[in-house]
Design a protein around this ligand. Sequence first.
Ligand SMILES: Nc1ncnc2c1ncn2[C@@H]1O[C@H](COP(=O)(O)OP(=O)(O)OP(=O)(O)O)[C@@H](O)[C@H]1O
Ligand SMILES: [Mg+2]
Length: 268
Amino acid sequence: MLRAHEPIAGAPATTGAIEVRRVTKLFASRNGSAGVEALRDVDVDIRPGQFVAFVGPSGCGKSTLLKLIGGLLDPTAGRITVGGSEVAGPRRDIGVMFQAPVLFPWRTVLENVLLPIEVFGLERRAATEKARQILNLVGLAGRERAYPRELSGGMQQRAALSRVLVIDPPIILMDEPFGALDEFTRERMNLEILRIWQEGRQTIVFVTHSIAEAVFLADRVVVMGTAPGRVLAVIDVPLPRPRSIDLMKSPEFAATVFEVREYLGVAR
Ligand SMILES: Nc1ncnc2c1ncn2[C@@H]1O[C@H](COP(=O)(O)OP(=O)(O)OP(=O)(O)O)[C@@H](O)[C@H]1O
Ligand SMILES: [Mg+2]
């Protein structure tokens, strides 16, 4: 059986390491007033296969940083390399999942999942089989021919996730992917992500507003501050793997959550 992490023929082999070096991002204003310094001097190192979560207040530049790593924006200063080469635009070895599931309403679930196959001009037949396997994996078997409007929000997110997994990127960037889901669905999706990561050992960069979610999922939590957006702290999560929901009851979990909270200045 094909698994989510088995490469499609021709998939690039990269190590999945991410290096962000002294990255600054300024957004110029349109009317001549001072622009926004979304990020200042950000340094981040992410090792291949690591699961790293980013937390921080609204506007601290999390989405901006993710877009820079994904090659959807250019840094004003500094340098970002992924798998040893400088990021200069969207790439096949980097899959991006946004907060809102960006699905095309006129395409079925399967056709949406196959979109990157078309974009990158990959062989469609093997990919279709793989897409079906992945939809099965994320619990969307039987919904291949449904249209996005016929799916719940959680199902749409799972379709968006399938679209990332179909090209098997060694690096997956996720911007608050489950922020709009109810607590239970979100928990299920978190376990799903951990299972996929456990199997495929992708490098995952995961932005969230939930400290508990960050600690539950990640090897390291990067805490960011605002005005200008910058890294305040990097916290290693000392929790064993594989992780189950029960882990959230442990004193180690609570202690790590509290440590992150303190850096965010919301403790006490
Ligand atoms: N395209 C853009 N043009 C101008 N300013 C922008 C642009 N994108 C982001 N910004 C500004 O950069 C700063 C960082 O925005 P960003 O979206 O990265 O924050 P965030 O940490 O993802 O916030 P949230 O948690 O609310 O999603 C904000 O001040 C925002 O207004
Ligand atoms: Mg954001």
